[in-house]
Design a protein around this ligand. Structure first.
Ligand code: ZN
Length: 441
């Protein structure tokens, strides 16, 4: 059996009864975020380290703001904050001006510059198992209040929400409830995360695929059926120039506009990753793939000083190690549901080895995105060459891995030179493009 999580959005039917209490919890989440944020910045200034969510919990569990939410909900806020600090830490390796996660509040000042009022946004509040009682028959869910907001009698220790999902949706095995405030509608809604068990799917076939991730082409994919696809990353690259520039223009780097731009950038990236993973998995189904090898970047990201090193073909400007990790995780999840296994393989030497004859060349010439092999006198797409070496798992000496030599030098190589190219469009996803895109290294 295979476990999958599905999220169902639900409308709250008794909104007028629960809105006030959800507001209080949303504000509590913002306040806890701010306290933990302040603490994290202090630790960072003093030690150059970022506390993880466990450290934060130890530090703050006695704090009054921690009791504004159910303990598991408070923990979730601390986890989110630690994640945000970690991606900031990663980001500042290449961009020293990157700002740490902001505070969730807005201050109002009088003419003398004194703060007269502060306002907290309604943060998303997450309840995990211990904070949830679900009545699936009557579509009701009881969410535990924070200790600070509990009243007597006992019935008032919960926020009781009556909800409605889209028709045909059954809410079972509820794992998590997120209360999310929709600013435009001025309403709270619930995101219900359910665990589903499904029959372990059978793989679509016995073929294999290899994926090489990079900057110019975000992904190059080869299939054992002797076909190759390229997914240019120009959309991500454009965003990588556009958003930092726009964010730098903002007067207040932690302000509303800067935060909005950061969120938009991140949403666009997430959308790209999901569409790409979906497209690749669909292609794998068409081609009967049971296993996808993906190049693993480990060990090349940092030198001894914790500074980013030259990542070679992956560049270090606008995409970071975590972007690749993030994409791999999404791909792995989408593939697993189709019975396709995703395996991380060592990508050492995959860009300087010829995938046809196995010649390894330190001074490998890559011209206009072409891999030129002196060993067997041929040229083909450099990223496709890398992907094919990853598919062949050339660093694995076990007998079950195919080797370039065992495939024979007389196999056709035309497909390595002429991959299909899929271009990304926000509204329609990935669409095939006729001509090959040139990419200067
Ligand atoms: Zn060769």
């Amino acid at each position: 059996m295979l476990e999958v999580h599905r999220t169902h959005r639900a409308r709250i039917l008794n909104h007028s009864q629960v809105a006030e209490m959800l507001d209080v919890h949303g504000w509590s989440a913002s306040k806890l975020w701010n306290v933990a944020n302040y603490h994290s910045r202090q630790v960072w200034d003093e030690t150059g380290e970022i506390p993880d969510h466990g450290d934060l919990k130890d530090e703050l569990k006695g704090h009054n703001k921690y009791k504004g939410l159910h303990s598991q909900s408070s923990q979730r806020v601390l986890e989110e904050l630690a994640e945000a600090f970690n991606s900031w830490k990663e980001q500042r390796k290449s961009d020293k001006r990157a700002n740490p996660p902001g505070y969730r509040k807005k201050n109002y000042y009088d003419q003398e510059g004194r703060r007269v009022h502060e306002e907290h946004p309604r943060s998303t509040v997450t309840w995990k198992q211990n904070g949830i009682k679900h009545d699936s028959k009557n579509n009701r869910v009881r969410l535990s209040k924070g200790a600070n907001h509990k009243e007597h009698p006992k019935a008032w220790e919960y926020v009781l929400c009556e909800y409605e999902t889209r028709p045909g949706v059954t809410v079972e095995n509820l794992q998590q409830v997120r209360a999310v405030y929709d600013k435009a509608k001025q309403r709270w809604e619930l995101h219900l995360v359910c665990k589903d068990e499904v029959e372990t799917p059978t793989a679509p076939g016995e073929e294999t695929a290899g994926i090489d991730l990079g900057i110019c082409n975000f992904a190059a994919v080869t299939y054992s059926t002797e076909e190759a696809d390229l997914y240019p990353g120009n959309r991500l690259k454009q965003d990588g120039y556009y958003f930092p520039k726009e964010i730098a223009k903002c007067d207040d780097s932690g302000g509303k506009e800067a935060t909005r731009l950061h969120r938009k950038w991140s949403e666009r990236r997430t959308h790209f990753f999901h569409s790409l993973a979906k497209h690749i998995v669909e292609r794998c189904i068409e081609k009967g793939v049971c296993r996808i090898n993906i190049g693993k970047l480990s060990g090349v990201r940092e030198d001894g000083n914790g500074e980013s090193k030259n990542w070679g073909k992956h560049g270090n400007l606008d995409l970071h190690g975590w972007a690749f990790d993030r994409f791999s995780n999404i791909l792995e999840y989408k593939a697993k549901v189709e019975g396709i296994e995703v395996v991380e393989v060592d990508e050492r030497d995959t860009s300087k080895t010829c995938c046809v004859c196995g010649t390894e060349d330190e001074n490998q010439r890559v011209e206009r995105g072409l891999y030129v092999c002196g060993g067997h006198d041929d040229a083909f797409n450099a990223d496709v060459n890398g992907a094919e070496n990853i598919r062949l798992d050339i660093n694995n000496n076990e007998s079950n891995s195919e080797s370039s030599a065992s495939l024979g030098e007389d196999r056709s190589t035309g497909w390595l030179a002429q991959p299909g190219v899929y271009l990304y469009d926000l509204s329609s996803g990935f669409q095939p493009q006729e001509q090959v895109v040139d990419c200067k290294p």
